[in-house]
Design a protein around this ligand. Structure first.
Ligand code: GAL
Length: 676
C-alpha cells in the first residue's frame, strides 16, 4: 500500500439510507470530467480511458467517467450537494492484466470520506455512497495502490450527486481555491454628478448620431454641452445627443451635468471620419444567458434593465440580439418555423420578433443602440437562416431597421470556402474551417463592404474564432472587432485559458479595431437555463480586470433582470472601466511571468500605466514587488488601487517595493501615475 493513502484506513464510512430523496440529480458525467488530471491517456465521459464502453467485472455501464491512476478530479460543491453515489472498478479493457490495481478515494474538504480498498482487474464494481452535507470542495481520486500506474484503467460509473437544488458544479483537475463569499470593492457612487465613459467618439459623415452622456449622480440632472457642433442637439433631461454631422472633422466639446448638489464637466472629442468604435463597444448580448430561447420581450427587458440598474450611466450602450431571431431550418419549435426570406429575398424574422424596426426604435428611445447576429454561410451556428448570397440585402435590411452592430459568425461557410456544393441541402453547421487565407477573409470582405455602404454606422464584429490570424486582416475588411478564440464558458479553466493567451494579437488593437476574447460570464449565465456564474468572486475580479486591460469589447452575457449587487459592482466601477475605454487604445501585454504571478501592463493616454498583478495559483500570494525594471518603469509614481478607487502608495522605483496580497485566482489592479 502506498503510504500516502494509508491514513484512510480505519475511518468510519458514512453510509446513506437508500430512500434519500432530493430535489435534483447532478450526474458526474454532466460536469467537465475532461479537466481531470491523470497519469496516462485522456479522461473520458461515458467511456473508458481508451474510449471503449465502460465495463467492470463483465458488466457494461452507460454513464460515468473513465480515467487512469493517478487521477484527480476536484469538484467545487460549495455545500450544495447532499450525497454522492457511484460504483467503481478497473475497466475490463485491461484484459485481466495482473498489474492493474487501483484504489478510489472520495475526499471532502481535505478529509477522506470513503475509499474502495484495492481493486484489481475483473473485480466486480464496488458501490460507494457518501454523505456530503456541508462539503465545499470534493476530490475524486484514484491512486495506484502502491505498485505504479501500469494498466490502472479506472472507472467511476453510475456516478451522481443528489442535491437540494443545485443544478451543476464546477469540476477541474487543478486545485480549487478555498471558497470566498462575494465581496464588493467598488465604492458607492457619489450623489454629486460625475461624467463617466469614453472621452472620444467616432462617427462617419452623414450617419445618424446617437450618444448618451453617461453620468452618475442624483436625479433630476440637467445636461448641457459647450461647443457642440452644428447638426447635433442635446436633450437636457436625458443627456441624449442626436443629429447628423455632414463633413469630416474633429470637435472638442465640454459636456456638463448638473444636479442640486453640484456640476461636473468633461472634455469630449467627437471625430467625424472613417473610423467608428474608437473605444471598445460596451453592452449586452443575448447568447450567454438565453441562447436559442431569445425573444423580443427578453431583449426589451434587458434594455430596460440596463437603464434601470444605472449601467447606462457607466457607458454600457449596445443591446445585441444573437442567434435565433431568424427562422430555423429544422427546429420542432413552432415559434422558429416559417419562411426564411420573402419573395424578393429579404430575410424574414421569426415570430418571436414581430417588429424588428420597432425593437430598434425602442432601444434607441432609451438612449441605447441595437445589435444583430448572422453568419456568412446559409445557416447560423444554431441552424437559423443566415446571409449567404443575400449579404447586400441583409446589410440594407439591418440598416433600414436601425441596427447599429452586426456580429458575423462563420458557421456553415466552411463547406463553401472549401469548394463544396453551395446548393446542397445539408450543409453542415460546423465542419470545415477555411482551407486558405483567402477563403477565410472573403466572406468578411463581402459583408464589410456592404455594411460600409449603408448610411448608418454599423459596428462589424467578426466571430470566426481567430482563424487565419484574423488580427492581421480584420481591420482591412472594415472589421471593428474580431474574436480571437472559441466560445467562453463560466469556468476558471475557460476564462483564464482565453484571457491569459491574448499576447499574440495584442499589437493589432487600436482605436476602431479590437481583439475580442468573447463575452463576459458574470451574473446569471447559462445558455438557455441560467445559473449563477461558476467563477469565484476573485475569478470574476480577474475576468473584468483582464478584459479591461485587454481593451476588449465588453458584452455582458447575463440575465439583466436578475442582476445582483455583486455583479452590478463589477460592472459599474468607472476607474476600472476607464482602462478599457482609454482613448489611446493600447492593449495590455504580459510583461512578467514568475511562478503563478502574471503582470499585465497597459499604457494609458494620460501617460499613466495600468498594472494587473494576477495570481493564477489556488492559494493567496503575498509578495513585495520591486522588479520595476521588467515593467520599464523608473521614477516616482502615485499608485492608485482602481477597484477600491483609493490611493494605495507612492513608490520610488529606485528604492521602494510594492507590498501585494493577491487572492487565489485573483488580481490587484493598480494605476501608476508619474508624480511629476
Ligand atoms: C457561436 C458563437 C457564439 C454564438 C453562437 C450562436 O459560434 O461563437 O458566441 O453567437 O455561435 O449560435
Amino acid at each position: 500500500m502506498n503510504s500516502r493513502f494509508s491514513f484512510v484506513l480505519g475511518l468510519s464510512l458514512a453510509v446513506l439510507a437508500p430512500q434519500t430523496v432530493s430535489a435534483e440529480t447532478v450526474w458526474l458525467d454532466q460536469l467537465d470530467v475532461r479537466s481531470a488530471i491523470q497519469g496516462w491517456g485522456e479522461p473520458h465521459k461515458n467511456k473508458s480511458v481508451e474510449g471503449h464502453a465502460l465495463t467492470i467485472g463483465g458488466k457494461e455501464f452507460t454513464r460515468g467517467f473513465g480515467t487512469h491512476a493517478e487521477s484527480i478530479l476536484n469538484i467545487n460543491l460549495g455545500g450544495g450537494a447532499q450525497s454522492f453515489f457511484a460504483s467503481v472498478g478497473v475497466d475490463d479493457e485491461v484484459n485481466s492484466n495482473a498489474q492493474s490495481s487501483v484504489e478510489f478515494f472520495v475526499i471532502g474538504d481535505g478529509k477522506t470520506l470513503w475509499s474502495s480498498g484495492v481493486l484489481r482487474a475483473n473485480d466486480a464494481a464496488k458501490s460507494c455512497e457518501v454523505e456530503l452535507s456541508g462539503v465545499k470542495s470534493l476530490t475524486l481520486k484514484v491512486g495506484d495502490a502502491g505498485d505504479g500506474v501500469n494498466f490502472d484503467h479506472a472507472d467511476w460509473v453510475d456516478a451522481k450527486f443528489e442535491t437540494a437544488g443545485a443544478k451543476t458544479f464546477v469540476a477541474s483537475g487543478e486545485e480549487i481555491p478555498d471558497p470566498v463569499a462575494p465581496y464588493i470593492l467598488t465604492p458607492n457612487q457619489p450623489a454629486t454628478p460625475r461624467i463617466n465613459g469614453a472621452s472620444v467618439f467616432g462617427v462617419r459623415p452623414g450617419s445618424p448620431f446617437l450618444f448618451t452622456i453617461p453620468a452618475t449622480g442624483e436625479r433630476p440632472m440637467k445636461f448641457s454641452a459647450k461647443n457642440l457642433p452644428n447638426g447635433l442637439k442635446l436633450d437636457a433631461k436625458t443627456g441624449h445627443i442626436t443629429g447628423v454631422l455632414k463633413t469630416k472633422g474633429e470637435f472638442i466639446v465640454t459636456l456638463r451635468a448638473k444636479n442640486s448638489l453640484g456640476t461636473a464637466e468633461k472634455k469630449f472629442r467627437i471625430v467625424v471620419g472613417d473610423q467608428i468604435a474608437l473605444t471598445p463597444p460596451m453592452g449586452w448580448n443575448s447568447w450567454n444567458c438565453f441562447a436559442g430561447a431569445v425573444s423580443e420581450e427578453r431583449v426589451k427587458s434587458a434594455a430596460d434593465a440596463l437603464v434601470k440598474s444605472g449601467l447606462i450611466n457607466h457607458g454600457w450602450t449596445y443591446i445585441n440580439v444573437d442567434d435565433f431571431w431568424q427562422n430555423h431550418r429544422d427546429s420542432q419549435d413552432p415559434t422558429l418555423r416559417g419562411k426564411f426570406r420573402d419573395e424578393k429575398g429579404f430575410i424574414v424574422p421569426n415570430s418571436r420578433f414581430p417588429d424588428m424596426k420597432g425593437l430598434a426604435d425602442y432601444i434607441h428611445y432609451l438612449g441605447l443602440k441595437a445589435g444583430l447576429y448572422s453568419s456568412p454561410g446559409p445557416w447560423t451556428c444554431g441552424g437559423c437562416a443566415a446571409s449567404w448570397q443575400h449579404e447586400e440585402q441583409d446589410a440594407q435590411t439591418y440598416a433600414q431597421w436601425g441596427f447599429d452592430y452586426l456580429k458575423y459568425d462563420w458557421c456553415s461557410y466552411g463547406e463553401i470556402a472549401s469548394g463544396g456544393d453551395p446548393n446542397a441541402k445539408n450543409i453542415p453547421l460546423w465542419g470545415k474551417t477555411a482551407t486558405n487565407d483567402a477563403g477565410a477573409i472573403y466572406p468578411y470582405k463581402v459583408m464589410g463592404k456592404f455594411l460600409r455602404e449603408q448610411k448608418r454606422d454599423i459596428i462589424f464584429s467578426l466571430c470566426q474564432y481567430g482563424m487565419a490570424d484574423v488580427w492581421n486582416w480584420g481591420g482591412s475588411v472594415n472589421g471593428n472587432c474580431w474574436r480571437t478564440t472559441g466560445d467562453i464558458v463560466d469556468t476558471w479553466r475557460s476564462m483564464s485559458g482565453i484571457g491569459f493567451k491574448q499576447d499574440k494579437a495584442a499589437p493589432f488593437a487600436k482605436p476602431g479595431n479590437w481583439n475580442d476574447p468573447d463575452m463576459l460570464i458574470v451574473g446569471q449565465v447559462g445558455w438557455g437555463r441560467t445559473h449563477p456564474t461558476r467563477l469565484t468572486p476573485d475569478e470574476q475580479y480577474t475576468h473584468i480586470s483582464l478584459w479591461c486591460l485587454l481593451s476588449a469589447p465588453l458584452l455582458i452575457g447575463c440575465d439583466m433582470t436578475k442582476l445582483d449587487d455583486f455583479t452590478l459592482s463589477l460592472l459599474s466601477n468607472d476607474e476600472v472601466l476607464a482602462l478599457d475605454q482609454d482613448a489611446l487604445g493600447k492593449e495590455a501585454r504580459c510583461v512578467l511571468t514568475n511562478g503563478d504571478l502574471r503582470v499585465y501592463e497597459k499604457e494609458l493616454e494620460d501617460g499613466g500605466r495600468a498594472l494587473g498583478f494576477f495570481n493564477l495559483g489556488a492559494k493567496p500570494a503575498n509578495l513585495d514587488f520591486n522588479n520595476f525594471a521588467a515593467l520599464n518603469l523608473t521614477g516616482t509614481f502615485h499608485v492608485r488601487d482602481l477597484w477600491r478607487q483609493k490611493n494605495a502608495a507612492t513608490v520610488d522605483t529606485a528604492k521602494d517595493s510594492l507590498p501585494l496580497t493577491i487572492p487565489a485566482h485573483g488580481v490587484v489592479l493598480y494605476k501608476l501615475a508619474p508624480t511629476k
